[in-house]
Ligand binder design. Structure first.
Ligand SMILES: [Ca+2]
Length: 638
């Protein structure tokens, strides 16, 4: 697979240089997409087809271990915690490390430094302090002996382009995870730090298209040698692509507050005697310091999209306005998206408002001193009748979903730190009602401290990834592929098929991108169906579906040009072959493109904005038998 990919990549380069050499004049050298601008039409078509197929081959082989979640020791070992912290602290890595953990100590505790301190709450919800992990780490030097238990090792570099918002306000998250080495030798003694940067879009006016160089960068990593990938990733993380900020930069970790700001997260359980129920996950923002030697400080923040467990209380105090708001408004409003039958698209329909988010998410219950830190919402929600249960059930009934309120609450749990890392893998107790079981995490983390040989080669090893991580990679690869060669844009070969007529991509007659869909309806009535796709790159979903159609000048019946109908499906959203109506073609000009518009019902418009991954389109071209070609292009939602 990987070998084949490398060959394809090289042949694409060879194709390009061959074409450019053949085309000759230097005026053509600057043209990358308009390959044949200087050649004869027939050569141009052949050249374009060959280049288009090479482009297709390039993006169809994304290796998740190379382009999405990289855990190869040879690569990640070239990234160190000290270098990352030095970059964020003006070369005061140890001071910033100590300051981060000191936030879990009380003012006046040994090594608690200059603050911020723990005062027992974050965002108005309980947080535990002082934590034993913090007492240990504020007295430790993880950089003194890199082979010691106290040292940290990078385990994972990850590409979360899938987290980029539809409007392209940023280009998603790019992450680096470190694990404390004590987890290797002790079996417990575990502590993980994740730096999760939001990468700014330098051209927000272009929408998500402004992020294309980033996606192409990660896509191309699949074709590179391990050495080349290492240097490219170091460039991406520490210098940035041309025009883009680097990943490791003080501005990328929550300096701008809010759901799109980036964050630093810790997952900590250093001592065996905490095992009863003290496995904490917390989040930090990096914010400018108002004084002192460190330019930026780790500021404890709430865990984003982790509502506090008490908000699921079935019998809340009438005076608790926050819980009343959550139960009457926010949570019912998000049931429809939580009910999607797709592990990856199932989510809150909007970021959880700040006021509901907890400060500390635990994945073990046991003998927690503050039971509400355990992010097991089902335990709080219980099994009895309640207003919250009735409201969730009413929403489920309204959308015709057979799921139960317990499934929906279990899904909310799975989106919390504690749920995703541990609680939700126990399907028998916490059924999410998804088509597939929630994939096991292997217990507490998504990438482990242990390594395995790559393809049996003991000298090249990879940090072990959980079933959960493996299970979500096809989705993340699909998002990249759908972005680079959009199915609705008719940009991908073999994405549209017909049982009646010949269909192919045309790179010459088009209104958008590199290609359109060429259809020759030699038998007349023709149905054209797409493969399942996400709508990444489609922008915000507007009230209508539009598609450009080219009518040939040759019209056998000048009194009846025919009509076009469109249908949409997404089984995960319970949308089955929904008819959007028919547009009559009479009166449209021939020999050119016209834009056809179909109204989207409000519910469908909303659902199509929910990150679905299994949308299919069916276009019925009801025209006279014709040997001339029709062309479709730029299916869009405006
Ligand atoms: Ca196109």
């Amino acid at each position: 697979m990987n070998y084949r990919l490398a060959v394809v990549y090289l042949s694409k380069q060879q194709l390009r240089s061959r074409f450019r050499a053949a085309l000759g004049p230097s005026a053509c050298l600057a043209l990358s997409l308009a390959v044949g601008a200087c050649s004869a039409p027939s050569e141009r078509a052949a050249a374009e087809d060959a280049l288009a197929s090479a482009e297709q081959a390039l993006v169809s082989d994304i290796d998740p271990t190379k382009s999405l979640v990289i855990t190869d020791v040879d690569i990640v070992s070239k990234f160190t915690l000290q270098e990352v912290l030095d970059k964020l602290s003006n070369n005061q890595a140890l001071a910033l490390f100590h300051q981060m953990f000191a936030t879990q100590l009380r003012s006046g505790d040994p090594n608690s430094g200059a603050g911020p301190y723990c005062n027992g709450s974050i965002n108005g919800f309980p947080a535990e302090c002082p934590r034993a992990d913090a007492i240990e780490e504020t007295a430790s030097n993880p950089f003194a002996d890199l082979q010691s238990d106290a040292a940290y090792m990078a385990t994972t570099l990850s590409n979360r382009f899938d987290l980029a918002p539809a409007d392209g306000a940023n280009c998603g998250e790019y992450r680096i995870n470190f694990a404390r080495r004590s987890g290797l030798s002790q079996g417990f003694g575990r502590l993980f730090i994740a730096f999760e940067a939001r990468l700014p879009n330098p051209s927000p006016g272009l929408g998500l298209a402004g992020c294309r160089p980033v996606v192409e960068f990660w896509n191309n990593l699949s074709a590179l040698s391990s050495e080349a990938r290492t240097s490219e990733l170091r460039r991406f993380y520490f210098q940035g692509l041309p025009g883009f900020a680097p990943v490791i930069d003080v501005h990328q970790f929550g300096e701008t507050n809010g759901p799109q700001g980036g964050q630093i997260r810790i997952n900590e359980l250093l001592f065996l005697n905490q095992l009863a129920g003290d496995w904490s996950m917390r989040e930090f923002r990096l914010t400018p310091s108002s004084g002192g030697p460190l330019p930026y400080l780790m500021q404890p923040n709430f865990d984003k999209d982790v509502p506090e467990r008490s908000l699921f209380n079935p019998n809340p105090s009438p005076s608790n306005k926050l819980t009343a708001d959550f139960q009457a408004n926010f949570f019912p409003s998000t049931v429809e998206r939580l009910a999607l039958q797709d592990l990856n698209a199932m989510n809150y329909s909007e970021p959880v408002p700040d006021r509901f988010n907890s400060g500390d998410s635990h994945m073990l219950g046991g003998s927690l001193t503050i039971p509400s830190l355990f992010s097991n919402y089902a335990e709080e929600f219980g099994f009895g009748a309640s207003n919250l249960r009735s409201k969730i059930q009413a929403k489920l009934s309204a959308i015709g979903s057979p799921l139960t309120p317990d499934n929906i609450v279990a899904r909310a749990t799975s989106l919390s730190c504690g749920g995703c890392h541990n609680i939700s893998q126990d399907e028998k107790v916490h059924s999410l009602g998804l088509p597939q079981a929630f994939p096991p995490t292997g217990g507490f983390v998504q990438v482990l401290e242990e390594t395995d040989p790559i393809n049996g080669d003991e000298s090249h090893r990879r940090f072990r990834r959980t079933a959960f991580i493996e299970a979500v990679q096809p989705y993340r690869a699909q998002i990249m592929r759908d972005f680079l060669t959009p199915v609705p844009g008719f940009e991908r070969a073999n994405a549209w098929t017909s049982g009646q007529s010949t269909v192919s991509l045309s790179t010459t007659t088009k209104t958008e991108g590199s290609s359109s869909l060429r259809v020759v309806p030699s038998a007349g009535w023709t149905e054209i169906t797409s493969i399942p796709t996400s709508l990444v790159g489609a922008g915000k979903i507007g009230p209508s579906l539009k598609v450009d159609l080219y009518l040939p000048t040759n019209q056998p019946n000048p009194y009846y040009y025919g009509a076009v109908s469109v249908f949409v499906s997404s089984p995960s959203a319970r949308i089955y072959n929904q008819y959007l109506g028919q547009v009559n073609l009479n009166g449209l000009p021939t020999g050119k493109f016209s834009s056809l518009a179909f109204a989207l019902p409000a519910t469908l418009q909303q659902n199509l904005g929910y990150g679905l991954t299994d949308v299919t389109f069916k276009i019925q071209l009801n025209v006279n038998s014709n040997s001339s070609a029709y062309y479709f292009d730029n299916l869009r939602f405006r």
